[in-house]
Structures are given as structure tokens and as C-alpha cells.
Design a protein around this ligand. Structure first.
Ligand SMILES: CC(C)(COP(=O)(O)OP(=O)(O)OC[C@H]1O[C@@H](n2cnc3c(N)ncnc32)[C@H](O)[C@@H]1OP(=O)(O)O)[C@@H](O)C(=O)NCCC(=O)NCCS
Length: 188
């Protein structure tokens, strides 16, 4: 599926493929301890962010493990606010996973929810997925609130099954089926 030219207007945001001028803001976001606190990787230096950035630009959804990562741009200011991802987890089972990282300058404005909703729409309406999950460190209350606002159900709570920043932590899994998506007020 060719998604290299995909761009989505979500109302306040434009989600589009990464371009070179996004790099400084993305690298700054990935370098911050407050951003990576509950993510399974350490704060990144510029060289590591560059590798990830190139991966973000080579976006595709063909085989298990592929990811579509889009930059979120605030329409009003043109600012980079963060990144939104849809992973293809299983072609056989038509399942995917949604994810998002915002720059702290843009926390608390509902942008994570707005952008992630568009990724669910792409997953269900364009990619024709059957089920999309969201996974998070159980301590990440802001992220749990985002998934709840999207209408996703909490399906699992795994106890101390992941090591994040050297600590054993609980992992929570939210999920949504396509038929549930179709019944939500914000779905098409
Ligand atoms: C998770 C993240 C995307 C949320 O961004 P955000 O801008 O706060 O998201 P939104 O504004 O769309 O919604 C957040 C909701 O969580 C609530 N919230 C924020 N911090 C909270 C906290 N510490 N405890 C409980 N709820 C919280 C907000 O009140 C808001 O709900 P509301 O609209 O009902 O008031 C952002 O914190 C982030 O990028 N964190 C770093 C990366 C990350 O953890 N990504 C997710 C990995 S699973």
C-alpha cells in the first residue's frame, strides 16, 4: 500500500509524511526525559534521532512490523507538534497498533486524541484493519486518558512484565474492533 503521499486534515492539525525541516523539532522531542519517561527507549542523541527520522520517512504498511508514521503540524502556526504512528501487527489477523508522541510545548490541548483518532480512521477505513490496539506503561495516565477518549476498551493489564528505565512496570493494553469503531459518534 503506497502511503507516501497521504496527508490528513484533522481540523486543527495536518498529518503528513515527515520532511527534512521537521528534524530539529523531532530530535528535540526525542531528546527529552519528560517525553521518554514511559517509553521503552532512552532519550536520544541527534545521531540516533537521525536514524529514526530516516525510518519515519521510509513509511510503509505491507508486512508485519511495518509502520506508517506521520508528522503532526499545527495548522494555525505551522509548528511541528508531534508524531503519530500506525503499526501493522499482523496481516493475517488484520491487526494494528496506534501510537503517538507529542512535544511537551503542545501537551494538554487535545492534539494527541485528535491525531490518534485520524490514525484509527486510516487503520480501519483505508487499511481495512479488524482490530487496533494501544499499549502503554500503566503509570502513563495521560496516554490512558487519550485511548479512553478515543472509545478504546482496556483489555489487559500485565503485571510487572516490562522493564522501563530499569524498573519493572505494568503494561496496559487497550483495543478497538472495526465494528466498535463504526458505532462511535466520531466514526464516518
Ligand atoms: C501521552 C501524551 C501524548 C498525551 O498528550 P496530551 O496533550 O496530554 O493529550 P490530550 O490533551 O489529547 O489528552 C490528554 C488527557 O489526559 C489527561 N491527563 C493529562 N495528564 C494526566 C495525568 N497525569 N493524569 C491523569 N490524566 C491526565 C488530560 O486531562 C486529558 O484529558 P481531558 O481532555 O479529558 O482533560 C503526551 O503526554 C506525550 O506525548 N507523552 C510522551 C510520550 C508518550 O508517553 N506517548 C504515549 C506512549 S503510550
Amino acid at each position: 500500500m503506497d502511503l507516501r503521499h497521504l496527508s490528513v486534515d484533522t481540523g486543527r492539525l495536518l498529518l503528513r509524511p515527515f520532511i527534512e525541516s521537521d528534524f530539529p523539532a523531532m530530535a528535540d522531542m526525542h531528546s527529552r526525559a519528560d517525553v521518554v519517561r514511559y517509553l521503552p527507549w532512552e532519550a536520544r542523541d541527534e545521531a540516533t534521532s537521525r536514524v529514526v527520522f530516516e525510518r519515519h520517512r521510509d513509511t510503509r504498511l505491507d508486512v508485519d512490523g511495518d509502520g506508517l508514521t506521520l508528522a503532526g503540524i499545527e495548522k494555525e502556526s505551522g509548528s511541528f507538534v508531534g508524531e503519530f504512528v500506525l503499526f501493522l501487527r499482523s496481516v493475517e489477523h488484520r491487526s494494528g497498533e496506534v501510537g503517538y508522541i507529542l512535544h511537551p510545548d503542545f501537551f494538554g490541548r487535545g492534539y494527541a486524541t485528535e491525531g490518534a483518532r485520524a490514525m484509527l480512521e486510516i487503520g480501519f477505513e483505508e487499511v481495512k484493519l479488524h482490530r487496533i490496539i494501544g499499549r502503554l506503561d500503566a503509570r502513563n495516565a495521560a496516554s490512558a486518558a487519550v485511548l479512553g477518549k478515543l472509545g478504546m476498551r482496556q483489555e489487559a493489564h500485565f503485571v510487572r512484565n516490562e522493564q522501563i528505565k530499569g524498573e519493572w512496570t505494568d503494561e496496559v493494553v487497550f483495543a478497538l474492533l472495526v465494528e466498535e469503531w463504526a458505532g462511535l459518534p466520531h466514526a464516518k
